[in-house]
Design a protein around this ligand. Structure first.
Ligand code: NAD
Length: 340
């Protein structure tokens, strides 16, 4: 590193921060980094805020495209540390071109996300969100709350990495038949009883489909008009992965036709303008999310699947370790953590 950068080697600029980020990163700052927390998103406008930092720490909705990376490099930033697993918002080719290191937290708590996916399934099925409100108004009627046994149903998983694998274990524990599609078959999961099959078979045979693959060119809009047409009537679709996996207009159509019986989304294609903020006094301009939220059989949570004490602890510890390793060895032992 050149001398200008090494002067500021210990300074990290955090973007898109919330109060809980400050709490956990301050608590686990074992290497004594200097931490500055910005509430704003990193994007081509806010990148100008960066002065004298050699490290930036970003989250899921920060925009780390070539324009931003070029400016980061010009400002002598050396490391982009993602405090999340997904990295679809970072232009890795541009990072290579401008000689920036990019790291992430590959598996901080797969259980946190897998358990949230199952929570969404149980809520949509047994309508506990409605029951909660109903009994508070002294309405003890069961009409409209009819669910189904999960036991014996077929759950299809797309993407069987850390989270998909944890989710499969939970689904098997409920006595479900588990189908899976991934570009790599997981032999260990096969031994546990998961049946790997084609993507189309997952669409055709599943009562519930849960998405756990990353967002990339191959997976973008994996749920679209054509795939929905293959699915069982009243299928349940759960997305705790990335919003871009679902073509929003197509699922709205599927819900209106009754083809899709239930939709649970923790992520949304246009979420960067909405999630992680209190907009309760605002007029929402995004008509698609308003339409989605108007369906009685749609459950939206605001990218909270990762949000457990254990996950936030791991995120802070691994992020600091990644940065420390890059500063001292220019490498990270866990190869999955180093993207560039
Ligand atoms: P992972 O890298 O361990 O697993 C991803 C799996 O997807 C791998 O097995 C990979 O082979 C598979 N895959 C890649 N391309 C595919 C394709 N075209 N079709 C089918 N499968 C494909 O990642 P993970 O830790 O399990 O996380 C999965 C995703 O979950 C992340 O990419 C991230 O977007 C999302 N996530 C969401 C939250 C949340 O809070 N909602 C938190 C963490 C992660």
């Amino acid at each position: 590193m050149n001398s200008a950068a090494s002067l500021n080697e210990n300074k990290i600029a955090f973007f898109s921060t919330q109060p809980y980020d400050k709490t956990f990163f301050n608590q686990y700052n074992e290497f004594g980094f200097e931490l500055d927390f910005f509430e704003t998103q990193l994007n081509p406008q806010t990148v100008t805020l960066i002065q004298e930092y050699s490290i930036v720490c970003v989250f899921v909705n920060d925009i780390v495209n070539e324009a931003v990376i070029k400016q980061l490099a010009e400002k002598n930033v050396k490391i982009i540390a993602l405090r999340c697993a997904g990295f679809n918002n970072v232009d890795l080719e541009a990072a290579k071109k401008y000689n920036l290191k990019v790291c992430r937290v590959p598996a901080y708590s797969p259980q946190a996300v897998a358990e949230h996916a199952m929570a969404m399934i149980l809520t949509l099925n047994r309508k506990t969100h409605k029951a909660y409100n109903r009994v508070r108004e002294q309405n003890f009627s069961l009409n409209g709350l009819l669910g189904f046994d999960l036991y014996g149903k077929t759950i299809g998983i797309i993407g069987t990495g850390n989270i998909g694998k944890a989710f499969a274990k939970i689904a098997l524990g409920f006595g479900c038949k588990v189908l899976a599609y991934d570009i790599v078959t997981n032999l260990e999961m096969e031994k546990d009883g998961v049946v790997f099959t084609t993507l189309n078979n997952v669409f055709k045979e599943s009562d519930i489909i849960s998405l756990h693959c990353p967002l990339n060119e191959q997976t973008k809009h994996v749920i679209k008009e054509e795939s929905i047409a293959l699915m069982k009537d009243h299928v349940m679709i759960i997305n705790t992965s990335r919003g871009g996996l679902i073509e929003t207009a197509a699922v709205i159509e599927g819900l209106k036709e009754g083809k899709i019986g239930y939709l649970g989304i923790d992520v949304y294609e246009q979420e960067e303008k909405l999630f992680f903020r209190d907009l309760s006094a605002d007029i929402i301009q995004d008509d698609a999310i308003q339409r989605l939220m108007s369906f009685p059989n749609v459950l939206v949570t605001a990218h909270q699947a990762f949000f457990t004490n254990e996950a936030l602890t791991q995120i802070a510890l691994v992020t600091f370790n990644n940065i420390k390793s890059l500063l001292t060895q220019n490498d990270i032992e866990n190869k999955a953590a180093l993207l560039v």
